[in-house]
Design a protein around this ligand. Structure first.
Ligand code: ATR
Length: 277
């Protein structure tokens, strides 16, 4: 039940109808009996600057930002966390007490927390990671791996120049590998991450032979529809440990919820089932 003092947050997107965030945050609001609401904010690109500025004026604690507003949010926020600047996108806005707006990126956190939740002793520092893709998700994943101490990240994208751009923007031990050499690049690695949309329902699968991947390597996908992508199925059948992408979505939401509603929520099996349904 909402009172007149209810805390408010939401998710900006266009379209926003597919977003699972209202369901996810709604679950936590109910679980913690918080006097608050989290709503979809369907805002056209041309209206986004105006809508963002309205957040503090309307008493919102903040908001998530999804496609296509993540880069604009970076440009518009009054304060931008260094990590969000490195990644080049803001997915979480927090209204400060003085009414200014802080931009953060919690995707890197969500990616690592998801792996740690599934494999408690996971550390990127223990070996070479291979990342497929060079979009916004790839930037967050590569930044997370570098910050977790990865000695080397092999970045592989169909359009090589985009991977080079990511490597230059992030710095650190990123090695860009040609798309044609992707199968061989798996040799000696202990983590494989797909950050492209390949394997998503309605998209072709990622065309990647896993023969060179060491058996103890972990395989994860940021695609979560279906939960077990063709890549994860292929990896599981070879005996690899696999981690699906739904957890990244759930974990990236936690820091925003803490900032807006004052509680660090947990990712549980019950939450996973609820968000999937
Ligand atoms: P996001 O920012 O959400 O990650 P994006 O910028 O559109 O989305 O990036 C999508 C990624 O999927 C890119 O790395 C893209 O490769 P290109 O840079 O070459 O476009 C990759 N991708 C999409 N379709 C692909 C396909 N059929 N084969 C190989 N890579 C593909």
């Amino acid at each position: 039940m909402l009172s007149g003092k209810a805390k408010l947050a939401g998710v900006f997107g266009w379209p926003v109808g597919h977003s699972r965030s209202p369901k996810l945050h709604g679950f936590w609001i109910e679980q913690h009996r918080i006097d608050g609401a989290y709503v979809p904010l369907s805002v056209r690109p041309e209206d986004f600057a105006y809508a963002l500025r309205a957040l503090p004026r309307m008493g919102f604690a903040g908001a998530n930002v999804t496609i296509p507003h993540k880069q604009t949010a970076l440009a518009l926020a009054d304060h931008v966390e260094p990590l969000a600047r490195r990644i080049g996108a803001v997915n979480t806005l927090v209204v400060r007490e003085d009414g200014s707006i802080e931009g953060r990126n919690t995707d890197a956190f969500g990616f690592l927390e998801n792996l740690r939740h599934a494999v408690p002793d996971f550390s990127a520092a223990t070996g070479v990671s291979v990342v497929i893709g060079a979009g916004g998700a790839a930037r967050a994943v590569a930044a997370a791996l570098l910050d977790d101490g990865a000695p080397r990240v092999r970045l592989i994208n169909r359009t090589r120049s985009r991977a080079v751009e990511v490597a230059e923007a992030l710095g650190g031990p990123i090695e860009v590998v040609d798309w044609e050499d992707r199968a061989e690049a798996l040799a000696g690695s202990n983590l494989l991450v797909n950050t492209t949309s390949l394997g998503m329902t309605g998209q072709p699968p990622l065309d990647l032979a896993l023969d060179a991947l060491p058996r103890d390597a972990l395989v994860t996908d940021i695609v979560y529809v279906p939960l077990e992508t063709p890549l994860l199925l292929q990896a599981r059948l070879r005996g690899h440990r696999t981690v699906d992408g739904l957890g990244m979505l759930l974990h990236q939401a936690r820091p925003g919820f803490l900032a807006w509603f004052g509680v660090m929520p947990a990712v549980t099996d019950e939450l996973r089932r609820f968000v999937e349904s």
